[in-house]
Design a protein around this ligand. Structure first.
Ligand code: CO8
Length: 371
């Protein structure tokens, strides 16, 4: 049975942090660090820290702002990470709460009820705990019968989760699957690292995928989907359950997200361009047949390069919409939030592409056609 993308839903925290606010806090930290280590810096034993700048961030990444679960903690120079109150086990967990809000909106946008759904996949870069699955908590909170599970493929979490749901429907395991991608990234980020302190934001997105015989006339047919992975240490986080057993235990900063941004740029762009063109070729379609590409939202320059090479011409902003200016990099949710925000103006038969890429490396393509 063919699968159909039926609807999407979005949740984000209320609080935003602008580049100026982030840079002001970072630079206060730099001044403080350099003052505290003035003697050692003078003796050449400690390297002074360099200031960050809004102009660099906007030019290098296109990011202007990000949502965060706790602005005060992120901008407190003594803390520089969100502050989160621990919740008792009886209360819904933070990730499930974020995912639930997006999932409810996706159901509402499709006019569906929990009883219509067979399964929940929660697919995100990191889970706030190992078990029970966040997906099962969302399933329970919605009152869905059936099953749920978590999965994780960094920036391709959303697309790989969708492809898992599509295959479930193809094999007849389910008629309707909710794919939920809550990306609570700001606690995973070292806000004292000049190279990456501006990169990520918090969000949750959900996609309802249904079998075509229950979907009615609405939604999007799926023309093809493909996943590729290729091992690389250029984007890495060593956070994990072994940390507490490692001797010596790694410093907190050593567990955060790190990347070789330039290498990622150089290696991932060609991989993604080739993937998109190959998949188009297999379907006997050309780039001109695609009305829009909803690309992963890591870096504006990366997206400009990929879109220009794929279309083989200058393109209009609506052909590769950008949400990273508002959201920053939202990991596995990026291409899905771009789709959620910018899917208007499609007539029946118009085609488009959802495409993720990132750590792993990983890349996923889902070609769509408006029903
Ligand atoms: N302010 C001012 N100057 C700076 C700053 C700063 N904050 N940071 C660096 N600079 C300086 C550098 O020192 C350097 O100076 P110099 O030339 O004198 O040495 C200069 O600016 C240029 O630095 P870079 O070469 O590093 O700058 P780039 O132009 O390459 O831009 C980017 C850096 C924005 C990081 C860019 O390389 C990029 O975006 N690359 C692609 C990265 C990417 O797509 N990564 C995907 C990661 S996301 C992912 O896969 C998901 C992982 C899930 C994580 C979720 C939880 C956190």
């Amino acid at each position: 049975m063919n699968a159909v993308i039926r609807s999407t839903g979005l949740w984000h925290p209320e609080e935003t942090v602008s580049n100026d606010e982030l840079v002001e806090c970072f630079n206060a930290y730099v001044e403080k660090f350099n003052a505290e280590h003035a003697d050692a810096i003078e003796r050449g034993v400690v390297e002074p820290l360099n200031a960050s700048s809004t102009a660099f961030i906007e030019k290098a990444s296109g990011i202007k702002s990000r949502y965060t679960i706790d602005k005060a903690g992120v901008l407190d120079v003594e803390r520089m990470r969100p502050s989160v109150a621990p919740r008792p086990n009886e209360e819904i967990s933070l990730m499930a709460e974020a995912g639930l809000a997006a999932a409810k909106q996706a159901l509402e946008n499709a006019g569906r009820d929990a009883k219509d759904v067979d399964a929940v996949i929660c697919s995100a870069t990191s889970m706030q705990r190992t078990y029970p699955c966040i997906a099962i908590e969302i399933q329970q909170a919605l009152g869905i019968e059936g099953f749920g599970y978590d999965m994780s493929v960094a920036c391709s979490s959303g697309t790989f989760g969708m492809i898992s749901a599509i295959n479930m429907i193809k094999t007849g395991m389910a008629k309707s699957v909710l794919v939920v991608t809550p990306e609570i990234t700001t606690p995973q980020l070292n806000f004292r690292d000049r190279d990456s302190h501006f990169i990520f934001g918090d969000v949750a997105v959900a996609v309802l995928i249904e079998a075509e015989d229950v979907a009615g006339d609405d939604g999007w047919n799926i023309l093809s989907n493909r996943m590729i992975t290729q091992y690389s240490n250029n984007i890495r986080s060593n956070f994990g359950f072994l940390n507490a057993s490692e001797t010596p235990e790694p410093a907190f900063e050593e567990r955060y997200f790190v990347q070789e941004g330039r290498k990622v740029f150089k290696e991932v762009c060609p991989m993604v361009i080739e993937l998109i063109l190959t998949e188009l070729g297999k379907m006997k379609l050309s780039p001109a047949d695609m009305k829009r590409m909803w690309l992963h939202q890591a870096n504006i320059n990366m997206n400009m390069m990929i879109a220009k090479k794929v279309y083989d011409r200058d393109f209009e902003p609506h052909e590769a919409p950008v949400v990273l200016d508002e959201f920053a990099n939202i990991a596995g949710a990026g291409s899905l939030v771009a789709f959620h925000r910018h899917h208007d103006g499609f007539e029946s038969g118009d085609k488009g592409l959802i495409c993720s890429f990132g750590a792993g490396y990983s890349a996923g393509t889902i070609f769509l056609e408006k029903r």
